[in-house]
Design a protein. Structure first.
Length: 223
């Protein structure tokens, strides 16, 4: 991995983020899915605010390999209840909480953990996320369970249509405001500028930062 190229991309992205942010500082979550432990180490050295991981075993393997020198780990992939126990102690923030059973399991295994509630704002059946009408109840359940709800998280439409993307992000930002939540994790490599305009507070960047993934695994929710 070319450190100077990644450093230059990050500098360019930070300038873009600073110029386009509408809700104050925006954190950069470096999505390291598909890359080796060197991506985690590099993200740490370059001062990324967090790293994003999608798969339980991959996250555990990488964090074990790098030791304590890494940014906070945000789990951004589909959460399965039977994987949560193994991720406790590795994950700092659970970003893809979308149903009651996941809230219960995190509260049981990691009291006081920080979470984002994932919203399916596009209505696509193949996407994770709680339906918008169920978000308030899930946030309330999480807070009653002692979890800290940092905000809401969402993924733009698979077809990347700019207007649909804008509508989805605007609706999640409005919902977060209604619930008194500051955080909005939305915006990736392909829809960064729209997310900034609509009030994101964290962007999840993989290929825009590290370049093409060496792995054949691809997930449209994080590219």
């Amino acid at each position: 991995m070319d450190e100077s190229a990644v450093a230059q991309r990050l500098a360019n992205l930070r300038r873009l983020v600073a110029a386009g942010a509408t809700r104050g500082p925006v954190a950069v979550c470096a999505v390291t899915k598909g890359f080796g432990p060197e991506a985690v180490t590099l993200a740490h050295r370059l001062g990324c605010d967090a790293i994003g991981e999608n798969y339980a075993q991959e996250a555990i393997t990488k964090i074990t390999a790098v030791g304590s020198a890494h940014p906070p780990v945000h789990f951004i992939g589909r959460l399965q209840s039977n994987k949560i126990r193994s991720l406790v102690g590795v994950v700092s923030v659970w970003q893809s909480v979308d149903r009651a059973s996941i809230v219960e399991e995190i509260a049981k295994r990691s009291a006081g953990a920080r979470i984002y509630v994932q919203v399916n704002a596009t209505g696509e059946s193949d996407k994770g996320g709680c339906e918008p009408r169920g978000v308030a109840g899930l946030v309330e359940q999480a807070q009653r369970s002692g979890l800290v709800v940092d905000g809401l998280m969402t993924v733009g439409p698979t077809d990347e249509d700019p207007q649909r993307t804008r509508d989805a992000f605007a609706s999640v930002r409005a919902l977060a405001d209604q619930l008194g939540l500051v955080g909005c994790s939305m915006g990736m490599s392909g829809d960064l500028e729209i997310a900034l305009a609509e009030g994101t507070t964290m962007v999840r960047l993989g290929t825009a930062l590290f370049g093409e993934r060496p792995s054949a695994t691809r997930n449209p929710e994080v590219i």
